[in-house]
Ligand binder design. Structure first.
Ligand SMILES: [Zn+2]
Length: 219
């Protein structure tokens, strides 16, 4: 079986094909990506298709490692002649903007960063602590933007001490059967910290809460 077959199985890129695969001088696996013939580039500004203006220099996008070998997608971004935005760089499905990591690699790092320290994650997968941090940040932002807060019946409120001295965080969890998740983290353990959680909910969601489990802290 060829590496392209595996890549198409795990992550097909609409409008693009995986082409030649080879090892570079560093022993990393590079897989060339090229646009499917007759496919038009998508403008990163407005998302509409446009004609190709020119090509930028070849770039590497780090992908999920295979058998411990670092894997990079290699692609020369097209610049699009967009009727609305002028000349822009195209939008590609595997990475955003100038980010040199693919979405898959960022998700991969963030997933491992739940099990190991960020430093360890960076060392094991030959990347920087900063990259792990940014991957986690990206996943958290995605989660917050797509957070579904309706239908919550039971919540748990807890506080944890962080850093030295009396610094606290207020944590709110959903504790419904089959749905145990952290909903919100707020600084301090004041009434205002907790109120700001309820500000995230609409009136129906607040009415839907039947049970709250918390400790003795007054706020
Ligand atoms: Zn555009």
């Amino acid at each position: 079986m060829q590496i392209q077959t595996i890549l198409n199985r795990v992550e097909k890129q609409k409008g693009f094909v995986y082409s030649k695969a080879s090892f570079n001088k560093k022993g990393e696996l590079e897989i060339e990506v090229r646009p499917r013939s007759n496919s038009r580039a998508i403008c990163s500004g407005c998302g509409k298709k446009g004609s190709t203006y020119d090509h930028s220099s070849v770039r590497q996008f780090q992908f999920v490692p295979l058998w411990g070998i670092a894997v990079f997608l290699v692609y020369s971004m097209r610049r699009v002649n967009c009727k609305e935005c002028g000349v822009t760089t195209e939008r590609v499905p595997w990475a955003c903007g100038k980010n040199q990591h693919t979405y898959s690699f960022r998700l991969f790092l963030a997933t491992w960063a739940k099990r190991m320290s960020w430093k360890e994650t960076a060392t094991v997968f030959s990347t920087s602590w900063d990259s792990v941090y940014r991957a986690v940040q990206w996943v958290v932002h995605w989660g917050i933007a797509h957070r579904e807060l309706s239908g919550i019946e039971s919540i748990g409120i807890d506080e944890i001490q962080h850093r030295r001295g009396h610094h606290y965080l207020t944590l709110v969890y959903q504790l419904d059967q089959g749905y145990k998740r952290l909903l919100c983290v707020r600084k301090e353990r004041t009434e205002a910290s907790l109120s700001s959680f309820f500000n995230l909910l609409d009136a129906d969601a607040i009415k839907g809460i039947k049970y709250a489990c918390t400790d003795m802290w007054q706020a």
